[in-house]
Design a protein around this ligand. Structure first.
Ligand code: FE
Ligand code: FE
Ligand code: ZN
Length: 277
């Protein structure tokens, strides 16, 4: 079953997102847990959550992915910012544990001239403080483009973070197709090789979701500018190979392309015609 969805606005709550997803032909969706540029989350609305959980069963919404705010930097130099990242994640996960099978994606962080080793240490210590044995939500580290001092550009960096986390059965990876191509993994010409490398370094069992984006910039440009499906340097053929790849076809795919809701609806319809299973 093709699991496909896109990023949706969370302003109307869970039930509204569920209905919006179904309306545009999606069976999965992603949303920001709070304003992507920071700020407080709305109070937890258990009526909305219960209504969504019911709606979801009847309408088979298969995957829900929450995205942490961009401002969260677990490896900031400033201790206050690191503390903010930790508290945001704790609060987000406490909320998400009400949504069955929800996953929580975050950008590992930017080490801002402290060096990647220090970055990896801060990120893994934060995760060690956040993760509890009985949390249900799986936390995903997103593969990054390597813009500025972003940590998580290479599979080795992601693996190093995972290895330093004690309860790392709660950790997975979200592969962003724009980011990895920007980051220097040639998923256009060597998809099999890149996935074999992922498997060897991190393990494909950790791969839990795909951010499906085309890219405005050529290979290895470290820019992180998403493009509409088929309009960028990945192109429709590579994207068709990605969604149909034996090792990827059963994962949930989330569009984060520069689109309004009608654009997402069209991309989802297009991708369904390209999915071969
Ligand atoms: Fe992201
Ligand atoms: Fe992404
Ligand atoms: Zn991006």
């Amino acid at each position: 079953m093709f699991k496909i969805g896109c990023h949706l606005s969370s302003s109307g709550g869970y039930l509204a997102m569920g209905k919006e997803a179904v309306r545009i032909g999606a069976n999965a969706f992603q949303f920001f847990t709070r304003n992507p540029r920071g700020g407080a989350a709305k109070p937890l609305d258990l009526d909305d959550i219960n209504a969504f959980n019911e709606y979801r069963k009847e309408n088979s919404i298969l995957s829900v992915l929450a995205h942490a705010p961009y401002t969260m930097n677990a490896c900031a130099k400033d201790e206050g910012l690191r503390e903010f990242a930790k508290n945001t994640m704790l609060d987000d996960i406490m909320r998400l544990d009400n949504i069955e099978g929800a996953m929580y994606n975050f950008h590992p962080g930017s080490h801002v001239s402290q060096g990647v080793e220090v970055g990896i240490d801060y990120i893994s210590s934060m995760l060690n403080e956040v993760i509890t044995e009985d949390q249900k939500t799986i936390i995903l580290l997103e593969t990054m483009a390597g813009k500025g001092s972003e940590v998580g550009r290479s599979f080795e960096e992601i693996k190093a973070i995972i290895d330093k986390v004690n309860l790392n059965d709660k950790l997975g990876v979200c592969l962003d197709t724009c980011h990895v191509y920007d980051g220097g993994y040639d998923i256009v010409n060597k998809l099999d090789g890149v996935l074999a490398e992922f498997d060897r370094i991190i393990g494909l069992n950790r791969l839990k979701a795909i951010h499906l984006n085309d890219t405005k910039n050529p290979f290895e440009s470290h820019k992180d500018r998403h493009e509409k499906i088929g309009d960028g340097f990945l192109g429709i053929e590579a994207i068709t190979r990605i969604i149909n790849h034996e090792k990827l076809k059963d994962l949930p795919f989330f569009l984060e392309t520069p689109n309004d809701i009608d654009g997402y609806e069209r991309e989802i319809a297009l991708l369904k015609t390209l999915y071969k299973y």
